[in-house]
Design a protein around this ligand. Structure first.
Ligand code: SF4
Length: 135
């Protein structure tokens, strides 16, 4: 699990400034989701189940209301729409049904979001999104 984002940001700022004269504004701490290359590494090293248990053990219900898929969409280069970029990488269509093109997307308020076990990566601990921690 990534360390607490603010603590990590302070430590990185201090270290990079002192050793490399590097300054930056914000650090986003993200949880590795068990998909694609990282998922394949977990599977090939026999650690996939262990990692899933870690994510599930750190499930933090208050993160549910702040998930990026609740207010953001991901659109691929052809205009097909997904609930998030992780689902896009998995080719998991918006709502888990058939592919929807941007021009076909209905009003989305109250619609179902396609979720699978990789979503535990967004809900664990301080939560995770493209903008870093959400908790
Ligand atoms: S991976 Fe799941 S929980 Fe995370 S943003 Fe996508 S749909 Fe939401």
């Amino acid at each position: 699990m990534p360390p607490e984002q603010q603590t990590l940001e302070s430590a990185y700022k201090r270290h990079l400034h002192e050793h490399y004269a590097v300054a930056f504004n914000h650090l986003f701490a993200m949880t590795n989701l068990p998909i694609q290359r990282f998922g394949a590494v977990l599977l090939s090293t026999g650690r996939f189940d262990q990692y899933m248990q870690l994510l599930k053990a750190n499930f933090h219900a208050p993160n549910l209301g702040k998930l990026m898929c609740k207010n953001t969409l991901s659109v691929d280069w052809q205009g097909f729409v997904y609930d998030c970029d992780f689902n896009q990488m998995l080719q998991l269509p918006l709502g888990g049904k058939q592919n929807l093109h941007l021009v076909q997307v209905p009003v989305l308020t109250g619609k179902i979001i396609a979720t699978l076990q990789h979503c535990y990566g967004c809900t664990a601990g301080q939560g995770s999104s493209c903008g870093g921690a959400i908790g």
